[in-house]
Design a protein around this ligand. Structure first.
Ligand code: ATP
Length: 268
């Protein structure tokens, strides 16, 4: 079937009561903010590094959008964590200029629910579904089985964007595009934020004032399940650095700087 290239991305987009019901208005809004950030001189070396990382990540996403013929072939692995939150924002930005077809009403995404989920994580994921118009498939089963089911139920999906970073378990040898390992359901894993540092993720989230899961304000720096995730001991507040209104005894995740210390609150 020939590729239909409309004049504008919103040509033929879903319309309800005269309004564009596609994700285009959301994408355009986010893209305007991110583009403005990229065009201004960064105020700090950290924000300059974030600008550079953002350009690279947008380039990877743009390659993915070029490489796959239809948007239906691309999905996002989303669990409400900080890394996939940044990835989600960047994906939506990239779609603002998507020209291959009208944008849909919702974005394909997949969430594998932990066997011991935090209620805060589930609530944040629910909020994300509404805020970012996600068509989120949820599975409460082991990851391999969940992806198998997801691909069976979404036969067009060929590539899944994943927010893994270099310092995550198994992140060390990944590139921007990696087929799944043998024994796993076959799809292309796309890693646009693989080389972002921990501090850059937080600088992006805080610069754009993106709402995030409240557990991060309680000293959690990486989110798993309730049985294997604790506030990060590196953020334990002492009398000297405890802020007013800080009842939890831990400083917020964004105060951690070191990549290596990120998973000190995880048992695996
Ligand atoms: P954090 O490290 O703070 O929890 P995160 O969840 O975004 O943030 P990781 O836990 O390192 O990052 O996971 C890496 C990526 O793998 C995520 O960004 C997401 O794309 C994907 N992922 C991990 N766990 C799940 C899950 N349960 N469901 C869907 N995607 C997941």
């Amino acid at each position: 079937m020939p590729l239909r290239v409309p004049k504008d991305a919103d040509d033929n987009a879903p319309v309800i009561n005269g309004h564009d019901a596609s994700i285009l208005p959301l994408c355009a809004k986010l893209a305007a903010r991110v583009n403005a950030f990229l065009q201004t001189e960064a105020e700090t070396p950290l924000l300059k590094a974030v600008q550079e990382q953002t350009r690279v990540a947008l380039g990877v996403i743009s390659t993915a959008l070029d490489r796959y013929r239809y948007l239906d072939e691309i999905s996002l692995s989303y669990n409400g964590g900080k890394d996939c939150l940044v990835l989600l924002i960047l994906l939506l930005c990239s779609l603002a200029t998507y020209k291959k077809a009208p944008l849909p009403k919702e974005l394909h995404s997949v969430y594998i629910i932990s066997s011991h989920p935090f209620k805060e994580v589930d609530a944040f994921v629910d909020d994300s579904v509404t805020t970012y118009s996600l068509d989120l498939a949820r599975y409460a089963m082991p990851m391999k089985e969940a992806f198998k089911r997801y691909l069976e139920e979404h036969k067009k999906v060929k590539a899944i964007l994943v927010g893994t970073r270099r310092t995550d378990p198994h992140g060390q040898s990944l590139t921007h595009f990696d087929l799944t390992d043998s024994g796993w359901p076959a799809f292309m894993r796309v890693h646009p934020v693989i080389d972002w540092h921990y501090a850059e993720i937080w600088a992006f989230i805080r610069h754009f004032e993106i709402p995030y899961c409240p557990l991060y304000d309680q000293g959690y720096t990486s989110l798993g399940g309730t049985t294997d995730t604790h506030p990060n001991p590196a953020l334990k507040a002492t009398e000297g650095n405890m802020k007013e209104n800080q009842s939890q005894g831990f400083r917020p995740a964004y105060e951690l700087v070191e990549d290596r210390a990120e998973r000190l609150g995880r048992d695996w």
